[in-house]
Design a protein around this ligand. Sequence first.
Ligand code: DQA
Length: 187
Amino acid sequence: MLASGKKSAYKAPYFAQLRVFSAITKMARLIWVIHGPNLNLLGMREPSVYGSTSLARIDAELAKVAKAHGVRLDSFQSNHEGALVDRVQSAPAAGVDYIVVNPAAYTHTSVALRDALAAVAVPFIEVHLSNIHRREAFRHHSYLSDLATGVIAGLGPIGYRLALQAAIESLRGADASPSGPRPPKKG
Ligand code: DQA
């Protein structure tokens, strides 16, 4: 309602409405972990670069951390750009509060994945097992980093855990703010 007594024509954007709905229904916060191409091969794939920990083990560790903090976590891996875009697009309707994403090779190539993350406006943290800045020049650029809340690279599987912890803390801070639960602002 406006001061003039008229009803405001303003409507929160669709995705924002979905997030408010999930906050009102007081569901535990939901964090998605998204892994890009070839990460299904972790453990066998270039262990000198990516280490010896399998993706299943990384996901299991993350699930433990999430459980200990009372948040819901869902992990997803795909070798297909379109499947990753579809997954990101479905995040608002699923009530996702935060995304931790290792886009793998699509980091350096995918405008589509960038556009999907920009469209849904779910806050996200970009993770890389290896330090992409110490590697080949083509890995130095990310299509996602400037949209991300933060970027972690070069710490191996610990990077995922730190990203998850940061996401949880950020959501806690948002829940505790006087204006009520809302996702953190970017920038
Ligand atoms: C990676 C780094 C990318 O350059 C590479 O294409 C990957 C994995 C990492 O986790 O270090 O597949 O994202």
